[in-house]
Ligand binder design. Structure first.
Ligand code: ARG
Ligand code: ZN
Length: 485
């Protein structure tokens, strides 16, 4: 969805329409995606095809001072979705030093001439407005592709999301843990930070020799060391939303595994993870091949080229389903590993179109924890449902409309628990066959794409042949406990 006009409390941006010499309509690409919760994240008017990110990172030299240095060259290939006289990228807290458009240097600031593109940066933290604007000369026509090369850099710290949680490029004592959900990607590269703009990526991450850098996808060649710096290259060949990208740096030990059907698994465990957390992590990661087989039997083929884990220190006290390679803080326990694996289907392959649809991610990943526990014989699914209902009863958990929970309740417990309970109740209502056929229909229809709660309701109505509007209102939206199945 790319509105030409985005109005919000934070900013109001009206696309400028002008007529070129040839009479063609060219407009400024909007500075935001228009998401109800993060209106300034993402940008309008274009689709990124590919990000090629060459990063150089110096972790803290004093482990107590949690700042590092990051510099990058981002080569972004994009296609105009409309005639464009300018476009924006999101970039937070880092300074641009040069921009090239199709090989030609752009000037910094305004009115340098008629022939060159121009760029400027604006940071307004109070309004969460972090924009790099590129005036295009010549203008781009709808459908045209261009390559924009942006050099940038700065000091890294510990960015916070709107709830005060660490996210983005989180500087750690020995590297960085990189977890962007929802709008943290802009803390480390210029980006169209809209979950609907999926792209492929290549990462070349240069770090002091001895450090390991791990990103999404698969390694492309062996690490190269020169003059005390090592470059690690990773390629993510499956389309990916920016909030799922990572390029974490640490004192990682890499290990490889493979699923029964041949999927490569690459795990990175920081050397600071020791003792009981390491033992628990190793045991859970050893189950990944079986978990993949189990979920493939329920939901169809694993959607990407690889899987694995990045397990780092306790800086960030949550895990994230970064595509193909989830990031865990301090420990990767069995429930969390199967949860993040489940997100590869529900969240990463099929991604919410809007942030308010987040229950589609968290409800499914939680329900998948229940399926796995039942499969392992640790807890029946009906007992897990009953415990969850008891929790929601005791904690006013039915008060939250999880189909529109509000920006700062994206990851509130009811989003996970009421979400999983809704799926349990749905299965009870429509039966196993329609439920699992509906899940597979959802995954094939929206594979590598985005969808809304309304789309999900439509798929389940199709699969079951039942009218489900009242059901979904009662289970997702109403402020009271629904009638139990
Ligand atoms: N999507 C992540 C998960 O459930 C949770 C991210 C939580 N983020 C946060 N800022 N608390 O696996
Ligand atoms: Zn989750």
């Amino acid at each position: 969805m790319v509105p030409t006009t985005v109005a919000s409390g934070a900013f109001s941006e009206t696309a400028q329409v002008s007529l070129g010499k040839d009479g063609a309509r060219s407009t400024a690409g909007a500075a935001g995606s228009g998401d109800a919760y993060f209106p300034n994240a993402g940008n309008g008017g274009y689709d990124v095809q590919h990000y090629d990110l060459a990063l150089r990172y110096t972790p803290p030299t004093e482990p107590t001072v949690l700042t590092g240095r990051l510099s990058g060259v981002a080569t972004i290939t994009l296609r105009a979705k409309q005639d464009l006289q300018s476009l924006n990228f999101d970039l937070r807290g880092l300074d641009v030093s040069s921009v090239r458009v199709d090989g030609k240097a752009a000037a910094h600031g305004k009115a340098q001439g008629k022939d060159n593109a121009e760029w400027s940066q604006k940071q307004d933290n109070a309004n969460r407005y972090w924009e790099l604007t590129v005036e295009l000369r010549p203008k781009l026509e709808a459908g045209q592709t261009t390559t924009i090369v942006i050099e940038y850099g700065g000091i890294t710290g510990r960015p916070l999301d709107t709830t005060g949680a660490l996210y983005g490029w989180v500087t750690t004592a020995d590297g960085a843990m990189v977890v962007n959900e929802p709008d943290g990607a802009a803390t480390w590269y210029p980006v169209n930070d809209d979950p609907e703009d999926k792209a492929t990526y290549r990462f070349r991450i240069t770090v002091p020799a001895g450090k390991t850098a791990v990103a999404n996808g698969l390694p492309a060649g062996a690490p190269q060391t020169k003059a005390g710096w090592t470059t690690w290259t990773w390629r993510a060949s499956d389309p990916m939303s920016s909030y799922l990208s990572t390029a974490s740096v640490g004192d990682y030990a890499l290990s490889r595994d493979v699923s029964p059907d041949g999927l490569p698994i690459i795990n990175a465990i920081d050397d600071g993870v020791t003792g009981a957390p390491l033992a628990e992590t190793a045991a859970a990661l050893a189950l990944q091949p079986q978990m993949i087989t189990f979920l493939e039997a329920q939901f169809g083929r694993y959607p990407f080229e690889s899987f694995g884990a990045i397990v780092d220190d306790d800086s960030v006290d949550y895990a994230l389903e970064t595509q193909t390679r989830p990031v865990y803080s301090e420990v990767a326990d069995e429930n969390t590993v199967v949860h993040e694996l489940g997100h590869q289907w529900f969240g990463n392959s099929v991604t919410p179109a809007d942030w308010k649809d987040i229950w589609l991610n968290e409800g499914w990943a939680t329900y998948i924890e229940w399926l796995w526990a039942e499969h392992q014989g640790t807890a029946s699914i009906s007992n897990q449902f009953a415990d969850t209902v008891a929790y929601l009863d005791a904690n006013d958990g039915w008060a939250l409309n999880i189909a529109d929970p509000g920006r700062d309740s994206l990851f509130a417990n009811p989003v996970y628990l009421r979400g999983a309970a809704t799926l349990y109740a749905l299965r009870a209502k429509i039966g196993d066959d329609a439920f699992f056929a509906g899940a597979r229909l959802w995954l094939t229809e929206y594979d590598d794409s985005n969808a809304t709660t309304a789309d999900f309701e439509a798929v389940m109505e199709e699969s079951s042949g039942q009218q489900l509007q009242t059901f979904f209102d009662d289970w997702l939206r109403e402020g009271d406990r629904p009638a139990m199945p």
